[in-house]
Design a protein around this ligand. Structure first.
Ligand code: NI
Length: 138
C-alpha cells in the first residue's frame, strides 16, 4: 500500500514579545532585537501541517483534509488567532514564543488528534514569508 504525505496550510495572526524575565531589558533587546519590543508586535503566521499514512483504497485519501483542517482549527488556530501569545493562551503559558517553541507546542496539541493509522509527520511554521521553522517530532 502506498504511504503518502498530505499537507494542509492554515493561517493565523498573533501578537507576541520574545522575552526572558530573568534577563535585563538590555539583554532581551540584544538577543531578541525588534521581537522584544515591550509594547508587542504581530506576525501573520502560516502553518503547514503534514500527515502521513496509507492511501485508503476506498476513498483514495490518506485522510479527509476537511477533518484535518477541523482538528487544526479546533486545537490550535482557534486559540492563537488574533491573540497575544504571551498572555492569552493557556497551553503557551511560561513559554518564550519563538517560532521554534511555537512549532513544538503546536505539535504537542495535534499529535493525538488524528484518526487511526495516520500520524503527524511535520509542522512547518512561517513567521514571515522569509523565515520558517520545521519540526518532525524528534
Ligand atoms: Ni516577532
Amino acid at each position: 500500500m502506498a504511504r503518502v504525505r498530505v499537507t494542509r496550510r492554515l493561517h493565523f495572526s498573533a501578537a507576541h514579545r520574545l522575552f526572558r524575565s530573568d534577563w535585563s531589558e538590555e539583554r532581551n533587546r540584544e538577543i531578541f532585537g525588534d521581537c522584544s519590543n515591550p509594547r508587542w508586535h504581530g506576525h501573520n503566521y502560516e502553518l503547514d501541517v503534514t500527515v502521513d499514512g496509507e492511501v485508503d483504497p476506498e476513498t483514495g485519501f490518506v485522510m479527509d483534509l476537511a477533518r484535518l483542517k477541523e482538528a487544526v482549527s479546533d486545537r490550535v488556530i482557534g486559540d492563537l488567532d488574533h491573540r497575544n501569545l504571551n498572555l492569552e493562551v493557556p497551553w503557551l503559558e511560561g513559554l518564550n514564543p519563538t517560532t521554534e517553541n511555537l512549532a513544538v507546542a503546536i505539535w504537542e496539541r495535534l499529535e493525538d488528534s488524528l484518526p487511526k493509522g495516520v500520524r503527524l509527520a511535520r509542522i512547518v511554521l512561517w513567521e514571515t514569508p522569509r523565515n520558517y521553522v520545521e519540526y518532525t517530532g524528534e
